[in-house]
Write a protein of this length. Sequence first.
Lengths: 258, 232
Amino acid sequence: MITVKNLYKSFGEKTVLQDVSTEFEEGKCNLIIGSSGSGKTVFLKCLVGLFTPEQGEIFYDDLSFTTLTTPERKALRQDIGMLFQGSALFDSMTVEQNVKFPLDMFTKLSNAEKLKRVNETLDRVNLKDANHKFPSEISGGMMKRVALARAIVLNPKYLFCDEPNSGLDPQTSMVIDKLIKDITTEFNITTVINTHDMNSVMEIGDNILYMYQGHPEWRGSSNDIIFSDNEKLNKFIFASEFLQDAKEMRMIEARKNK
Amino acid sequence: MFSKPENAKMYWKELMKQCMDIGIGSLPIVLIISVFLGAVMTVQTAYQLVADFIPKTTIAVIVRDSMMLELSPTVISLVLAGVVGSKIASELGNMRISEQIDALEIMGINTRSYLIAPKIMASMLTVPLLISLSIFVALLGGRFTAQATGIMDVFTFDEGLRSGFNGFNVWVAMIKAIVFAYIFSSVPAYFGYNVRGGALEIGRSSTLAVVVSCILILLADYVVTLIMLNAG
């Protein structure tokens, strides 16, 4: 579990995060949603330590991330995996070398054991026969899967995904969403996903945090979102007529099921 | 920048990779430039030394000392600032923009130690070797040109190379090589690592890195020459 208490972050005069407090549950897909400039990415970068907040605390289970010493933080980082928006694969390395890199750096396994682990992980993300390809030779969806494999190869306790579906077609987005969801449940990972994708919100959003102008505006699950009367949230989520119709249909279905 | 490596073997591997890239990768351009530097230097010196009372061996002495004290270390370093420096700046800049550096940070890797230190160390290790080779090849170029253009025969040229040799000049060349290597690896690394924005900024920082490196090399050349030749 990750607990955030009263987080503040500014850049110069501009306050990007104001008094953000929340919890991200273990074994669940915790989604952060919000319009562009709402502070989602800054929040995610504060969570993983790429930005230092001015005020507030972040707890990884019982460990206060903000007060950890450098060696303690380094140790904790090996429990953290991150899937970047642009995949952030090392372009001078093959798929296999990319996934093997954390094992090379942080484990004392033999080369055969590392390769076995790499192949198991690539299998887990449904990626076969791509071991010796370079990132420039594979599709965007495959790159995301390689990045996901690299993020989970050390069996992390916490997984962060920054817009995992950006630049992907709807079908590939669903595959990636399903993979993240399955891996989260299977390995009981605390997963935090920063997304714009409404399909992800409805399909995998166990817990959803809606950010508005750097402040948490609404919390709930994908079921709650249908019945929410929060105006700002509704404006953001159900922006088009099509989505409003979908909301109404879902509401009817939900009432029938009750 | 220098902290305990997360895995010494991986750092060593990276250092060797950089030595190959910077050292072996720059070898062809260094050899080509050096041959022509030596050849042109020989022809120009012969053109200027027209008095009969000056022995022909003096041409070889001037070529040798000029190559060793100034031309090889400085010209080759200025070229390497362009070749290696721009590569370092654009490589790190691209890694920064495409979040590869962030990915390494999140894994718990000290990116300054892992990405920058091996580049600087590899430059400081391989550039003195490249400069030594450059001096040797330049003298070969000069020797061949002297014979081919009829300025003097190779035996006279060799005699000139041997006469009045001062070992201290080799030290000057090596100190210059190490200082210049530090400049043209660390300055582009700084610009590349700290780049912000997109592809345009990578190009800009790469150009700026080369310009700043060249100016600093010329400044350092003056300072090292002043200190060492006055001391020598």
